[in-house]
Structure formats: structure tokens, C-alpha cells
Design a protein around this ligand. Structure first.
Ligand SMILES: [Zn+2]
Length: 264
């Protein structure tokens, strides 16, 4: 029997300005704050897509509905290059602050906005705040979502269950230390010291090797943001990680929808 494959998933938030909308009052003009998001569209996205093309990697991009509406060309290019265009809420609002009706509205409007651009209904969803409410799972099933990338409880994909019965939604768990935000998010916090790219690489590399060698049935799930990773020095670091991953023969890059479809 051949060795089992080791799935590697890159889940990338293409938030653009939407990630900052929740940080300002309704109607408040903060062009400099929003320019952190505009960077993703103007500078960050294409080099990242080129890097993935160079290594024949297909990834999953999580896109808020307002970002699909504001930047349809960029979202169309993500899909045209073979990546999964997944849903990430509508206005990137924190789910825990919403009523059930508001939460459903955000979810459905977000899915439909991406679908209008790509002509494909996104099967995968990430909560804008990596949170679920007591209603979220029901709403995901109702909306036909097949994969969630939110929980931190396991090192392997699993199917959500209710009352012992399997649901259509597969969880692809994420980890805070396997994300770029803790190292590189400016977040409008003056004086915050950012990590060096090599500090992030050290954690990601050690975790990849540990999962690959020590934890059968696990997978490697890296969470990135175009506006954080899409800078030249950080992209060079990401390429070093990609080369290390590709030196491991069982590693297979997969999109979230592909990995979720393989979970019994
Ligand atoms: Zn986001």
C-alpha cells in the first residue's frame, strides 16, 4: 500500500478594506486605515498568485461579500487561476454581536456576492471573527455550506455532528500560531512590534514537520491574509516554507473544498 498523503491547505483571507469597516463608526472616513486593506488589491494579491502559479499550488481564498462587490476583477482573477473562492461573511461583522436574522442575512448575502462574481456558489465559509454563535451550524446547513475553517480543537478534519448524527458540514480546524496575523497584523495599534518573517517561518516549519512526522491523520492548515503576507520579504519567507513542504513526498496541496470532500 502506498503511504497516505498529508494534506496541506493554505486558507487566505482576501478581506481588503472590509476587515477595517468594523473598526470605525458608520460613515466615518478613515482613508489611511482603509489603505491597509487597499494594499491587498493594489500590491499584495498578484505576487501571491504568481508565487502559487510558480509552484502549481491551488489555495482557498476567503472573501467578504463587500470585497467581491468592490473588487470583482481581483476576485475573478483568483477564481480564474484555479483557486477556491470561499465565503467570509458580507461586511466582515463579528457573528457574536448579531441576532439570528442578522447572522443569516450576513451569511447569505456574503455567499451570493461571491457567487455573482465567480458563477460558483462557494461551498466553504470562514467566520469573520473565527467565532460561531449558537445558531451558526444550523444556518450553515440551511445555506448549503459544506466546509468550515474556524474551530481550533483538532489537528485533523472532522465532520460536525448533532445528536450523534453527521451533518453535511466538515470542519477544517485552524490554529492561531499557524496564521500570519499574530506576527504581522498592524491593527492600528501604534507602537506594536511586528515579528520578523523568520520568526513566523520557524514556528510554521517546526509545526509542519511535527505534524507530518508525529501525527498520522493530521494535516497542515496555514491561515494568511493578502494584506499581511503580500509584502516582498514575507513572500520570500513563504516561498521558503513552500519549498520545505515540497521536499516532503507525502505532502499534497489541496483546496478546502477538495479536502472536505475527502472526509467520510
Ligand atoms: Zn477576515
Amino acid at each position: 500500500m502506498s503511504d497516505p498523503i498529508f494534506p496541506v491547505v493554505f486558507g487566505i483571507d482576501f478581506d481588503a478594506e472590509a476587515i477595517w469597516f468594523g473598526k470605525v463608526k458608520e460613515g466615518e472616513k478613515r482613508p489611511v486605515l482603509f489603505s491597509h486593506g487597499a494594499f491587498a488589491v493594489r500590491e499584495g494579491l498578484r505576487p501571491l498568485l504568481d508565487l502559487f502559479d510558480e509552484h502549481a499550488i491551488k489555495a482557498t481564498f476567503f472573501i467578504p461579500g463587500v470585497t467581491a462587490e468592490r473588487h470583482p476583477d481581483a476576485v475573478g482573477e483568483i477564481a480564474r487561476r484555479g483557486h477556491e473562492a470561499a465565503s467570509h461573511g458580507y461586511r466582515h461583522r463579528s457573528i457574536t454581536l448579531l441576532s439570528r436574522e442578522e447572522e443569516r442575512d450576513e451569511l447569505v448575502k456574503g455567499i451570493e456576492a461571491v457567487e455573482r462574481v465567480t458563477r460558483v456558489r462557494p461551498p466553504t465559509w470562514r467566520s469573520p471573527s473565527w467565532e460561531f454563535s449558537e445558531h451558526t451550524l444550523d444556518l450553515l446547513v440551511e445555506a448549503g455550506v459544506m466546509a468550515s475553517a474556524n474551530f481550533h480543537d483538532r489537528l485533523r478534519p472532522y465532520r460536525h455532528v448533532r445528536d450523534g448524527l453527521p451533518l453535511p458540514v466538515v470542519e477544517l480546524p485552524v490554529q492561531w500560531h499557524l496564521a500570519d496575523a499574530p506576527y504581522f497584523l498592524y491593527g492600528g495599534l501604534p507602537g506594536r512590534v511586528l515579528a520578523t518573517p523568520s520568526a513566523a517561518l520557524e514556528v510554521w516549519r517546526d509545526e509542519f514537520v511535527g505534524l507530518y512526522e508525529d501525527r498520522p491523520g493530521s494535516f497542515f492548515h496555514l491561515t494568511l491574509h493578502v494584506q499581511l503576507i503580500g509584502h516582498p520579504g514575507r513572500l520570500r519567507m513563504l516561498e521558503r516554507l513552500i519549498r520545505l513542504i515540497m521536499d516532503h513526498p507525502r505532502a499534497r496541496f489541496m483546496r478546502c473544498d477538495e479536502l472536505a470532500a475527502s472526509v467520510p
